[in-house]
Design a protein around this ligand. Structure first.
Ligand SMILES: Nc1nc2c(ncn2[C@@H]2O[C@H](COP(=O)(O)OP(=O)(O)OP(=O)(O)O)[C@@H](O)[C@H]2O)c(=O)[nH]1
Length: 254
């Protein structure tokens, strides 16, 4: 479905669109009737013709368009569901890896992002000893930890920042137009919120922590983005090596 049709459909709704189509059909019919009468040199009985047109177009258009608009609405819902399935991680409801790249590249090249003077920051976030949570408390508890982690990220990073699950217990965030101090404060907030988020299990509560690697950079494009990913990954590795439950911010060597 084209974006224009989708926009009209969503803004007018079924009743509005049927009404608009019926009025348009009546007006167009009157216009054509007048035009043909003039072209063919026929005497125009406007009153009778208009009554006829209102009767025919006014009856047939709503019935036909009600059905057609209904079909279009169903297609619109299906398209929305398909887009969601293709872009959202089903467990945590944040973006999936593929959509994250696409969305991030768009966010970086947006006018608002290019105009401002701050830096962009690529966060790679990973739960600590997640395998142990799975092994000791079961995979359902592990899943719960992933959902809670995603909720923490979503509550800290709002639109237009992009939050995604890259796979397993690894998540990523693209933060646009932030100061260095804000980047550090966001990272610290994530660590604090995760540390305080206890999972409730039959054996009691389970606490967990996360490690974060952050790459700060300026500019846009796939190459810059790829470099930022590598830098953040390296920083994450260093945090893990240093004992976990921390963050490291590294500027991308540009
Ligand atoms: N419950 C659950 N576990 C998953 C899922 N996807 C991957 N895993 C598990 O996540 C674990 C990932 O562990 P790793 O990241 O390699 O290691 P870790 O134990 O977190 O250790 P560090 O990252 O070094 O702190 C593996 O045991 C996977 O089986 C999932 O969707 N649900």
């Amino acid at each position: 479905m084209t974006p224009i049709i989708r926009h009209v459909l969503r803004s007018l709704g079924r009743t509005g669109l049927v009404l608009a189509l019926t009025i348009s059909a009546i007006l167009i019919s009157i216009l054509l009737d007048t035009l043909f009468a003039k072209l063919l040199g026929l005497a125009l009985d406007l009153h009778r013709d208009v009554m006829m047109i209102i009767l025919i177009a006014g009856l047939t258009t709503p019935i036909l368009s009600w059905y057609l608009v209904g079909l279009l609405l169903r297609v619109d819902v299906m398209e929305r569901e398909m887009t969601q399935l293709a872009s959202i991680d089903s467990l945590t409801s944040v973006y999936n890896r593929g959509y994250f790249y696409k969305k991030s590249l768009t966010a970086l090249s947006s006018k608002a992002s290019l105009k401002k003077s701050g830096v962009s920051a690529f966060f790679v976030l990973d739960l600590d000893d997640f395998k142990q949570i799975n092994d000791q408390h079961g995979h359902l508890c592990g899943d719960q930890a992933l959902v809670v982690f995603a909720e923490v990220l979503r509550s800290i990073f709002h639109y237009p920042n992009v939050v995604a699950r890259l796979g397993g217990d690894e998540f990523a965030v693209l933060l646009c137009n932030a100061t260095e101090a804000e980047v550090a404060s966001f990272a610290q907030s994530v660590l604090d919120r995760v540390r305080n988020a206890a999972l409730v299990t039959e054996q009691g509560t389970v606490n967990f922590t996360a490690s974060i690697g952050v790459a700060t950079f300026q500019g846009q494009g796939e190459q810059v983005f790829e470099k930022a990913f590598q830098t953040a990954d390296k920083a994450l590795y260093e945090v893990k090596r240093a004992g976990r439950d921390g963050y490291k911010i590294q500027a991308v060597d540009q």
